[in-house]
Design a protein around this ligand. Structure first.
Ligand code: CA
Length: 235
């Protein structure tokens, strides 16, 4: 009989077998990409969509790795990274995730073990980034063929994010909400390769950052979101 351990020990094709990954991410599309990456790697995934639910989860469970998106509805992911880096025992891998590479320095200074840039699609890059920080038993010896495969979440996950954005948009009279919406949508548009949406968000962000009126840019954005949602009916 095979020893029980072989059932959960990592293998060349499933190098993250036995691991549990907590993903703290508010975008359904980005979460779906991470779900597919974990699935293809043999890891279990748990998800939290804000800092509060991540903290609640961490009171009960200790994942092998945690991937923290930096732009979350109730704060910046670096806050959670800072607390986790100081905790004992420490989660083996604390990864920061963002579409903004400019955020890397702050995340690393807060104690992240690594930084992952969105969009995340490469299975090989995902595995090597996480496994580099795992204990030695997860570093398989000998050469192994790295998967060239990419993951691509389906359109439904993308439209879930668009729905969320359309719900938040009427609340953007609040400056915090406006800031949240622009960073959320710029991440989503970049991940999904939606160029038209990205330029509408960039126009809004430019007006916002300059302290100029945002209603014209918001109207353009709203129209684009509604257009995406009408397309949903066709799916
Ligand atoms: Ca986010």
């Amino acid at each position: 009989m095979e020893p029980l351990q072989t059932l959960t020990a990592p293998t060349a094709t499933r190098p993250m077998l036995g691991m549990t990954v907590l993903v703290v991410e508010d975008s359904i599309y980005a979460s779906e990409a991470l779900r597919l990456l974990c699935l293809r790697s043999g890891a279990r995934i748990r998800r939290a969509d804000c800092l509060r639910s991540a903290r609640r989860h961490l009171q009960v469970y200790r994942p092998s790795a945690i991937i923290v998106d930096l732009g979350l509805p109730d704060g910046n992911g670096t806050e959670l990274i800072r607390d986790l880096a100081r905790a004992a025992p420490k989660v083996s891998v604390i990864a920061a995730l963002s579409g903004d590479t400019g955020a890397q320095e702050a995340a690393m200074a807060a104690g992240a073990d690594c930084f992952m840039e969105k969009p995340l699609t490469s299975i090989a890059r995902f595995q090597s980034t996480i496994l580099a920080h795992m204990p030695p038993e997860y570093r398989l010896s000998g050469p192994r063929a790295l998967s060239q495969d990419q993951v691509e979440p389906d359109q439904i996950a993308y439209l879930d994010d668009i729905t969320h954005a359309a719900e938040v948009l009427p609340e953007t009279g609040d400056p915090g909400m406006l800031a949240y919406l622009t960073q959320f949508l710029s991440g989503v548009a970049r991940c999904a390769g939606d160029e038209a949406l990205l330029s509408a968000v960039e126009a809004l962000e430019k007006a916002r950052a300059a302290g100029q009126p945002t209603h014209a840019a918001l109207a353009v954005l709203d129209e684009l979101l509604q257009e995406r949602l009408r397309e949903r009916v066709a799916i």
